[in-house]
Ligand binder design. Structure first.
Ligand code: HNI
Length: 142
């Protein structure tokens, strides 16, 4: 699955806004994930997952930073996230279904924070981009 030029433009331009509040967006994404899909918390038995906890905030900012790495290497997302792909596949062994849940939580967060930017077209472009990121992070399972 490859992104069109129009989709790339949409992703890069919304990223410029996301990156100024990456930490809060990452935290909100994880809060939504854990509240709406509590089964995802099983991967984090070692974390304090209460809304706003220091660990949640630190992890949220790491996740969004990795999404930023993918945006910056949008023409070669596989190479940009190769190490992270190994981590999720071989060490963390996260079931791929969870990537859809996290992607959706991020989409909802973006829609809530950037209502004017989150057109139907932007929604579709970000959905596709996050599914590319998720495929990269889960491809080593196969
Ligand atoms: Ni994920 C660690 C990025 C999906 C569970 N994850 C990371 C780290 C990054 C990251 C960055 C930190 C790596 C490091 O410290 O070197 N994760 C991403 C991205 C996505 C994703 C970009 C999808 C877009 N991770 C998921 C999903 C789950 C998940 C869906 C499970 C529900 N990730 C983890 C766990 C860790 C982790 C567990 C280790 C946390 C820790 O610090 O112990």
């Amino acid at each position: 699955m490859s992104l069109t030029n129009t989709e790339r433009t949409i992703i890069v331009s919304l990223w410029a806004k996301i990156s100024t509040q990456a930490d809060t967006i990452g935290t909100e994404t994880l809060e939504r994930l854990f509240l709406s899909h509590p089964q995802t918390k099983t991967y984090f038995p070692h974390f304090d997952l209460h809304p706003g906890s220091a660990q949640l905030r630190a992890h949220g900012s790491k996740v969004v930073a990795a999404v930023g790495d993918a945006v910056k290497s949008i023409d070669n997302i596989g190479a940009a996230l190769s190490k992270l792909s190994e981590l999720h596949a071989y060490i963390l062994r996260v079931d791929p279904v969870n990537f859809k849940l996290l992607s959706h939580s991020l989409l909802v967060t973006l829609a809530a924070r950037f209502p004017a930017d989150f057109t139907a077209e932007a929604h579709a472009a970000w959905d596709k981009f996050l599914s590319v990121v998720s495929s990269v992070l889960t491809e080593k399972y196969r």
